[in-house]
Write a protein that binds this ligand. Structure first.
Ligand code: FPP
Length: 263
């Protein structure tokens, strides 16, 4: 697996939260005459690399898109093999996550998962819950629209029961009801596999993310490409709706809620 990211290659302007759409496993396998699950298995290498590098660089949160709501419609063997891979991987990697003080959470519709996988997820989350290092979210059976609907339903339920006045629903309260509630929004989205789409990932939370599209297939994503994504991010001017001139202006002219939230 790849070398560590050279610290010279990345600027001081690191993202607080990185989201990654890990695309291209199937094509990677096909190019080698292998079945698609071999590509998913090979995709574990870059997962470990990203966890290690984010931990080492002190990045607060990493969210990985492993299985979308729409992926259930893939061939049954591929779905079964991915579920098997999640079971195996969570079981095998939890010690290493512990060692790196990583807190693991699975986001998505976990009711759609097998009882066995749900139990294993709960155990791994419980075991790592007190860890103070990288906050690692793995999205499984996740869809951005599903996330928004479940948040809306939860808030509507609280309103209907009288626990929450309608007027108390604002952006902050809505965000808190989403799967990533409590975490800063991702500042950087990396998508591999040469596709330039959001594909129903974190629709609310990616509102101001910088988008880095890599032509690499996910199993080929390595330390150099990770460093290239960080360098891209460091070179971006993040305006949050303001003008470039405002950003360069003295502090009083830069007032406004969005800018105050800027990292
Ligand atoms: C998309 O590539 C990738 C997936 C649907 C699976 C990603 C899962 C992993 C890398 C395993 C991670 C496991 C854990 C526990 C974090 P694709 O199959 O759509 O590729 P294609 O576009 O080339 O067909």
């Amino acid at each position: 697996m790849g070398r560590a990211v050279s610290d010279n290659a990345v600027s001081a302007a690191l993202p607080r939260h990185i989201a990654i759409t890990m695309d291209g496993n199937g094509r990677w396998a096909a190019a080698r005459g292998l079945a698609r699950p071999a590509g998913h298995k090979a995709g574990l290498g870059p997962v470990r690399l990203c966890v290690r590098e984010c931990s080492r660089l002190g990045i607060e949160a990493l969210t990985l898109f492993a299985f979308s709501s729409e992926n259930w419609s893939r061939p049954a063997e591929e779905v079964a093999s991915l579920m098997g891979l999640f079971l195996e991987t969570i079981d095998r990697e939890v010690n290493e996550l512990e060692r790196q003080a990583v807190r693991l959470r699975i986001i998505g519709n976990r009711q759609a998962l097998s009882v066995r996988l749900q139990a294993q997820i709960a155990a791994a989350e419980q075991r790592t819950a007190g860890n103070t290092g990288l906050k690692l979210q793995v999205a499984v059976s996740y869809g951005g629209r599903w996330d928004i609907v479940q948040a809306a339903r939860a808030l509507a339920g609280q309103c209907a029961s009288g626990a929450l006045p309608l007027a108390a629903i604002d952006e902050a309260r809505f965000a808190a009801a989403l799967e990533l509630g409590g975490l800063p929004d991702p500042d950087l989205l990396i998508r591999t596999g040469a596709e330039r789409r959001i594909s129903n990932f974190l629709l609310w939370n990616l509102a101001y993310a910088e988008l880095y599209f890599s032509d690499r297939l996910w199993p080929d994503f390595d330390a150099e490409e990770f460093a290239a994504a960080l360098a891209f991010f460091a070179g971006r001017e993040r305006r949050f709706g303001h003008t470039g001139g405002q950003l360069g202006a003295p502090a009083p002219e830069r007032s406004g809620a969005a800018l105050k939230a800027a990292p």
